[in-house]
Design a protein around this ligand. Structure first.
Ligand code: NAD
Length: 363
């Protein structure tokens, strides 16, 4: 087991990472010295069957309540959020209670937002169970979705701790491994050349499963930690974490959530952002090599055929990061060197349209 110290302007907290540590949640929580009065574990229906009992046993107290939400993005709705609050009230949670988010990014975002708003904010602990959640469990962004936009109702609210049992990743399906790996690759590309050199040799999901996950995850988490330490509320460099996400989010929204995983959409967005970077900076990033690598991992690298540039740009304009009619894209000059560049809608639209048409010609 190893500890990473997450430091943000509003709060410092430990992230414990190791194999099998869910069984020992009690000792990690005791080390925080908080003395919570009770716990509400929020998890989803898939994770419930796999790990809920282990965590309940590991807490070694009777004051534990549990609440199960459906598996998948649908759980980040106002109705499920409200049900969580009802469960918290019915269970008599008080201001000294602690909410535990046991699951992937969906449960982390939902349970974190419940914790941020219940009685004006109570403690919460992240217990991530997906590869992607190495990213989402750190940094304190918590949110639910509105039918008109993803993550539109939320807060910046840091947990008291993150307890990351990497053993739980072994039950993920390949799609979820791939989705999470896209965020690892993103962390490497935007910030950490050494991590990039480590992960670029992973050329299949099978190889990823057998890699030294703790070492890779520690580095990827450190990228996120360094960025949020400098800019907790996304006034400047935190936006680098959106590399691949402006188009990625639009693809997810246009296809319908659940039709493509978050990371798979981000992978398409990263390739697009690299192409845009080549054009903007007049440089050669050797994108063919990235596309071949991504494809060997099972990623699509081009915009799905049924989506149009018009629709995607329309959705990108509604992104929280768009401002003054311009669309902000994170561009890359070389590994570890990115910056935010604002584009006029028409210019970005033309570039995206050309990319989509070029793909159709090559098909
Ligand atoms: P998820 O939470 O839906 O998990 C993916 C699937 O895997 C679900 O079906 C889940 O039931 C299942 N699952 C979870 N753990 C499992 C395990 N150990 N074994 C088997 N199955 C398991 O999705 P995700 O990819 O983890 O997270 C995506 C969400 O994270 C999105 O809503 C996105 O907006 C959010 N996100 C938030 C941040 C942030 O900073 N807060 C960052 C990135 C993404």
């Amino acid at each position: 087991m190893e500890t990473i110290h997450i430091q943000t302007k509003s709060k410092d907290y430990p992230l414990f990472i190791g194999n099998g540590i869910r069984h020992d949640a009690n000792s990690f929580i005791n080390s925080l010295g908080k003395n919570y009065s009770s716990y509400l574990i929020i998890t989803d229906s898939a994770v419930e069957n796999l790990y809920l009992q282990d965590v309940v046993n590991g807490l070694k107290t009777d004051n534990v309540f549990t609440h199960i939400v459906p598996s998948g993005e649908q759980a980040k709705s106002i109705d499920h959020y409200y049900e969580c609050l009802t469960k918290a009230l019915e269970s008599g949670l008080d201001r000294k209670s602690c909410i535990i988010a046991l699951g992937g990014g969906v449960v982390g975002d939902l349970a974190g937002f419940v914790a941020a708003t219940y009685m004006r904010g109570i403690a919460f602990i992240q217990m991530p169970t997906t590869l992607l959640a190495h990213d989402s469990s750190v940094g304190g962004k918590v949110a639910i979705n509105h039918p008109l936009g993803k993550n539109m109702i939320g807060a910046f609210y840091q947990p008291d701790a993150v307890i990351y049992d990497v053993e739980t990743l072994q039950s993920l399906n390949d799609t979820e491994w791939r989705s999470g790996f896209a965020e690892v690759i993103k962390h490497a590309l935007i910030w950490d050349e050494q991590l990039f050199n480590e992960v670029r040799n992973i050329r299949s999901i099978e190889q990823l499963k057998q890699s030294d996950l703790i070492s890779i995850l520690k580095r990827a988490i450190n990228v996120k930690a360094e960025i949020v330490a400098k800019d907790e509320k996304e006034s400047n460099i935190r936006s680098y974490l959106n590399f691949g996400h402006t188009l990625g989010h639009a693809i997810e929204a246009e296809l319908g959530y659940g039709k493509i995983s978050h990371g798979e959409a981000v992978a398409i967005g990263m390739i697009f952002a690299m192409k845009l970077s080549e054009r903007h900076y007049q440089i050669d990033l050797n994108i063919d090599a990235y596309e071949t690598w991504f494809q060997s991992l099972g990623f699509q690298t081009t915009v799905p055929a049924n989506l149009t540039a018009e629709k995607l740009i329309d959705t990108m304009k509604k992104d929280k990061k768009a401002a003054h009619g311009k669309i902000k894209m994170i561009l890359i000059k070389k590994i570890g060197k990115v910056e935010a560049v604002s584009f006029e809608e028409a210019a970005l639209h033309q570039f995206l349209k050309n990319e989509i048409e070029r793909k159709m010609e090559n098909a």
